[in-house]
Design a protein around this ligand. Structure first.
Ligand code: 1CP
Length: 351
């Protein structure tokens, strides 16, 4: 399905924005920058809006989700907004019971661990995505020439929450299921791929100018297991966007050892975590635009140390055909927002 003529990528709003140009392999005059998890806990205006609103309810209230999406753009002048939502929203919309427990993360009342559990999962009713479409449309109208990035959790990361029942350090149960019940595993990952894919399509149709697929917990896998048991499903998630000419970014924490395999699922741009220098990433996947990879730990360091690190990241980023500056993972909640604003100014000032 092609984008409609009134989509921001086609009607002159975002098609030549620095972010979209860099995602397409070009080097705009100013290097674009945004931050994973820029919308949320580090901003006082976010905490204020969230008082009395449960996290997932906020995600499904279009006015609130749109407003939270816009906050970091207004404050920091970043080159993109990322849609305020969560990777578990499509599961919730498909009828799975989940809540976000403050200080912990997503928790599922009934973890999915058997063939019967997987067989009981229902497909996502496209009508249930109406609040997502409305929130995206509202945000996009306000954003004008600033692109909105849509996102989804990749099947492995989504499945790991469903199987574990909540956040887990090493995804042990998930990986046990992967090894011992390959068919149950494949059905579960296909279900995750399809709900993630439809979540992405809804965001793109409503006006997102790029998407990012997060495979946050992929670092617990070997390359062999990734290629065999995970990558085909991530590819399936992205295949829902076939025909839509939008840049697709793929990011995984600890995926540096199999960056090539991750890129191979159909991504246009690779997000890199802080463990792998960008010049080395560019050597591993030549010709691919890169995004990253400031170490979030340095957000709490004295400015001169952070500044030197940002400059180093930008220099190494010159090894890639194009570079979008970002963190190597999300903004930690305790970050001083002024530091993020100052970093945006630094990146826009150039090397
Ligand atoms: O207390 C609060 O305010 C809720 C904290 C919070 C927020 C702000 C959660 C719970 N989710 C979000 C928003 C969110 N989640 C966004 C919005 C936009 C932005 O980036 O600014 C995005 C992209 C996500 C994606 C997400 N959720 C990921 C992938 C990215 C990553 O950080 O690796 C994952 C793994 C989640 C699960 C999740 N949701 C929330 C938390 C605390 C977690 C992680 C828990 C864990 O460590 O397992």
């Amino acid at each position: 399905m092609p984008l409609t003529a009134d989509h921001p990528l086609l009607d002159g709003r975002t098609g030549t924005s620095p972010l979209v140009r860099a995602y397409r392999g070009d080097r705009p005059e100013t290097t674009p920058v945004w931050f994973m998890r820029q919308a949320g806990r580090s901003l006082p205006e976010y905490r204020e809006l969230r008082v009395g609103n449960e996290m997932l309810e906020a995600c499904l209230t279009p006015e609130l989700a749109a407003e939270i999406t816009l906050q970091p753009v207004r404050r920091h002048r970043v080159d993109a907004a990322i849609f305020f939502s969560d990777i578990v929203i499509p599961a919730k919309l498909a009828g799975v019971e989940v809540e976000i427990v403050p200080g912990r993360g997503p928790v599922f009342a009934n973890p999915i661990r058997t063939a019967t559990d997987v067989a009981a999962l229902r497909p996502l009713d496209p009508d249930s995505l109406a609040p997502i479409r409305e929130a995206v449309a509202r945000a996009v109208t306000e954003l004008g020439s600033t692109p909105l990035i849509g996102f989804a959790g990749a099947p492995f990361t989504l499945a790991s929450y469903l199987v574990e029942g909540g956040p887990s350090k090493d995804q042990l149960r998930t990986r046990t299921l992967m090894y011992t019940e390959p068919q149950v595993w494949a059905s579960l990952l296909n279900w995750c791929a399809d709900i993630a894919g439809e979540f992405l399509v809804a965001q793109v149709e409503a006006g997102a100018s790029a998407i990012q697929l997060f495979d946050s917990w992929v670092g617990s896998l070997s390359e062999q297991q990734y290629v065999r048991r995970v990558a085909p499903h991530s590819k399936r998630a992205l295949s829902h966007l076939r025909g839509f000419d939008v840049p697709k970014v793929h990011f995984g924490l600890g995926g540096g050892e199999f960056l090539g395999a991750m890129h191979g699922i159909g991504a246009d741009v690779m997000g890199v975590d802080w463990r792998l220098p960008l010049d080395e990433a560019a050597r591993r996947i030549p010709g691919v635009p890169l995004q990253g990879n400031i170490d979030p730990a340095l957000l709490g360091a004295p400015w001169r140390i952070l500044e030197a690190h940002v400059r180093d990241v930008m220099e190494r980023g010159e090894s890639a055909p194009a570079h979008v500056v970002n963190l190597g993972h999300g903004v930690p909640p305790e970050t001083d927002p002024d530091v993020l604003t100052r970093m945006v100014e630094l990146v826009h000032g150039g090397l």
